[in-house]
Design a protein around this ligand. Structure first.
Ligand SMILES: Cc1ncc(C[n+]2csc(CCOP(=O)(O)OP(=O)(O)O)c2C)c(N)n1
Ligand SMILES: [Mg+2]
Length: 619
């Protein structure tokens, strides 16, 4: 079959499917793209020729920024439990390097995305082509090589026939939960348009069966023996529980064995907040309840977690009680299962919980431990109720109000700033797919673009995108894409005139909040003048959104309800006031200057050195 490389590539992608638990779906649901000379004649022509409308098998979506389109693909894939994603096509040069941040985010969060950056001429006859990086030492290096370290699979298709080997290899990584992330096929602009006689079999329907690896019997026996020796176990539920769809098994396991369950950012919602064993967020942004238990636990059962520094409080959280702590790690990726010298149970989360049940028949945590967890959580929930209600529009009150207005299956999306911490602690999630906070890369700018992907994946759910003013100013343009697609988002734009999060951190480390408030340059030459006269609500309206401004608790409640009912993308603009927040009960390692002229910094350094003493090697 004679087709160009781009035509063959798209024809192949349209025939790739994933399957898990008997359910099949398209592995690549569509193609997001921005065209330039590096892809318009290749992928662009191929998309146009095959028909790229939403009624076809590979619909095309015009996005506004290449980084954002990777975020959209990630949002989609995460909402689809990594079983389906988008391809992203870019031109060469800046279009391609714009995708580097999105690729890193995808790979760090283990979310599949297929990147198709254009690349310079394979023949090199026209060198240097517009936007080409010329390296006098390595003529084969292009800017796309910047995608290598942030991709789980990278290939450059310099000859058409390479596709035949490369495509299945790329799909395997995309569909493998342990290996997945950004998968990149760099496509030189001349090769994209080149024709070749392809074997018909390349275009046969192929189903990638996504396995649920079961634990090896010997590993299961070791895990059961370790658990049986524990009286004070704590489960740390990560994103792996959600992607595996293991929430019912987790709820049953926890209840049967009396094991409290703390959640990471990606794992939040794995248990409904009112489950008797749920102790909420764990780690630096964790609840007082979960963190007290984490300190005293004699066994941490990590399920589908990478144990980031937020979860371990920079390795100061677990194992503070006499006798120390052991780890039992359930993970599809051996890399994560091996962390903290843990007993490794390399398996799918659901399969592992199903196997552990019978192996632990009759075993229960110390009843006092289970009862203590329930009591601490009740006390914590009282704090949450206090913080999230009131007459002043503090951030916790705004979140509390949204939590009330949102239905249990609505999705809340967020990524960076001070909201992830507040949401982790205060949000009451009662559905496993309702909490979508990107906190692997915590990338400002993910929110709206990622939220668009979530809505494309689960159009039946309302999607609330929470975005700070800093993140909004970094990347708001995908509102226009949502408007273009008639895809409804509710964007709650929380304006506190700058970086509340980094402002607080800056003060804590003695950096005097430098560069964290949005102010004009003042008379003395510092950034301490009047508030910056930007009108973000007007900006949102200019992008085509309906805008509702809320200026008090009652008007916010009405605006949120109206936005939820609306049919088009709606931005609720709210200015927050400083106020009490949830207490921080676990450390986070951000180094403080060892020498300084400032008394504040010297005090901060002394506190830092004290906190550091709690660090455990977990070996
Ligand atoms: C792309 C990117 N740049 C920088 C940072 C570091 N950073 C984390 S939060 C933050 C400020 C976010 O401001 P805003 O969205 O207004 O949220 P707020 O802190 O005010 O809640 C910055 C600069 C980041 N996470 N991502
Ligand atoms: Mg802000």
């Amino acid at each position: 079959m004679r087709l160009t490389v781009a035509q063959a590539l798209l024809r192949f992608l349209a025939n790739q499917w994933s399957e898990r638990d008997g359910v099949e779906q398209r592995l690549v649901a569509g193609c997001l793209g921005i065209f330039g000379h590096g892809n318009v004649a290749g992928i662009g022509q191929a998309l146009a020729e095959r028909g790229a409308g939403t009624s076809g098998d590979l619909p095309y979506y015009l996005a506004r920024n290449e980084q954002a389109m990777v975020h959209t693909a990630v949002g989609y894939a995460r909402a689809r439990d990594r079983l389906s994603t988008f391809a992203c096509t870019s031109s060469i040069g800046p279009g391609a390097t714009n995708m580097v941040t999105g690729a890193a985010l995808a790979t760090i969060n283990r979310i599949p995305v297929l990147l198709l950056p254009g690349d310079v001429f394979a023949t090199r006859v026209a060198d240097p082509v517009l936007q080409q990086l010329e390296d006098p030492r390595f003529p084969d290096v292009t800017v796309n090589d910047a995608l290598r370290p942030v991709s789980r699979f990278f290939d450059r298709i310099n000859r058409p026939e390479q596709l035949v080997a490369s495509l299945p290899a790329a799909m395997r990584v995309l569909a493998d939960p342990a290996e997945t992330g950004a998968v990149t096929l760099a496509l030189p602009q001349d090769v994209q348009a080149e024709a070749y006689d392809w074997p018909e079999e390349l275009f046969a329907r192929r189903v990638w069966h996504v396995a649920r690896p079961v634990p090896e019997p010997a590993a299961l026996a070791r895990a059961a023996e370790l658990a049986r020796s524990s009286r004070r176990p704590l489960i740390v539920a990560g994103g792996g529980v959600v992607y595996s769809g293991a929430w019912r098994e987790l709820a049953g396991f926890a209840a049967r064995h009396g094991v409290p369950v703390g959640e990471t950012q990606a794992g939040k919602g794995a248990l409904p907040y009112d489950h008797p064993c749920a102790v909420g967020a764990v780690g630096h942004t964790g609840t007082a309840a979960a963190n007290e238990l984490a300190r005293d636990a004699d066994l941490v059962i990590g399920i589908g977690t990478r144990y980031t520094d937020f979860t371990t409080a920079s390795r100061t959280l677990f194992g503070q009680a006499a006798g120390g702590v052991r780890f039992l790690n359930v993970n599809v990726a051996a890399f994560d299962a091996a962390k903290h010298s843990g007993e490794m149970l390399v398996a799918d989360a659901r399969a592992a919980l199903e196997a552990l049940g019978p192996a632990l028949d009759g075993w229960r945590a110390d009843p006092d431990w289970t009862a203590r967890a329930a009591r601490l959580t009740r006390e914590w929930q009282e704090q949450v109720a206090l913080l999230t209600t009131g007459d002043a529009l503090t951030q916790p009150v705004v979140l509390g109000m949204l939590n009330e207005v949102a239905h249990p299956t609505d999705v809340v999306v967020n990524a960076a700033g001070s909201m992830p911490g507040d949401l982790h602690k205060l949000w009451r999630a009662s559905d496993p797919k309702s909490y979508h906070v990107e906190y692997g890369y915590s990338c400002m700018g993910y929110e709206i673009a990622g939220g668009l992907g979530v809505k494309l994946a689960v159009p039946e759910r309302e999607v609330f995108v929470l975005v700070g003013d800093g993140s909004y100013l970094m990347m708001a343009q995908e509102i226009a894409t949502a408007v273009q697609e008639g895809v409804k988002l509710v964007v709650v734009l929380v304006d506190n005139r700058g970086f509340a999060s980094i402002g607080g951190l800056s003060e804590a480390v003695g950096a005097g909040r430098l560069g964290t408030a949005y102010r004009l340059r003042g008379a003395g030459g510092e950034l301490d003048g009047a508030l910056l006269p930007v009108d973000l609500a007007a900006n949102a309206a200019s992008l085509g959104a309906n805008v509702l401004r809320a200026d008090g608790p009652e008007s916010l409640r009405l605006a949120l309800a109206e936005a939820r009912r609306a049919t088009g993308t709606t931005v609720v603009y709210v200015e927050t006031v400083p106020g009490p927040g949830a207490e921080t009960t676990a450390w986070w390692d951000v180094p403080v200057a060892e020498v300084s002229r400032g008394e504040e910094t010297r005090r901060a350094r002394a506190a830092y050195e004290r906190a550091r003493r709690d660090r455990r090697p977990y070996l």
